[in-house]
Design a binder for this molecule. Sequence first.
Ligand SMILES: Cc1cc2nc3c(=O)[nH]c(=O)nc-3n(C[C@H](O)[C@H](O)[C@H](O)COP(=O)(O)O)c2cc1C
Length: 187
Amino acid sequence: MRVPPELPPALVDYLRQSRVALAIARADDDNHLLMVNDRFCTLTGYEPEDVVGRNCRMLQHKAPNVEPRARLREFLGNPRADSVRTPIVNFRKDGTPFVNLLYMSRLRTIEGATHFIFASQFDVSRSQPELLADYDAELQRTLGRLTPIAGDAGIVVEGTLLTIANSAATVAQAKMMLAGLEIDHRA
Ligand SMILES: Cc1cc2nc3c(=O)[nH]c(=O)nc-3n(C[C@H](O)[C@H](O)[C@H](O)COP(=O)(O)O)c2cc1C
């Protein structure tokens, strides 16, 4: 399998200081994580050394997540798909469940090959509609500023952020899911 180049340092520096949780994985080799930022560590309770080199599905523990995983696999398997967004059940390092609103998009070379996958995570189950809207705006800003930085390194940021049409309903649904998970978690 072809080995992608290293992540450009300017890109890493920029992503590290982002105010949204994010992770970058290789597009090949079972999508091993190349980097996660501080916000990702705060959200999940994991340190970079716990997760880098592993697939992020480790956050799912034993949750079946049948539908969201199928959507994520479909995105990863379809080079023409630019981005995907789905809630998915995850667990922090200490075992606390949460509903992660996961966004993923592609970082391609000018020639069109996907080398890296960009992802951002958000605990929508312990949020409020306004906070979800703030997160969306911040993720949008991160992607917007990423575009010229990545461009300097010959990388094209694919995918637009489809903002959540109804933040209140999304948060309410996630809270209901979390309530169910917490009951299972305590059992
Ligand atoms: C960069 C990147 C970040 C990801 N972050 C998460 C995450 O935070 N939580 C999660 O459950 N899955 C995450 N995934 C998705 C899983 O790695 C995997 O693609 C998904 O579970 C579907 O594949 P599977 O059914 O083989 O596990 C991420 C994937 C990539 C490429």
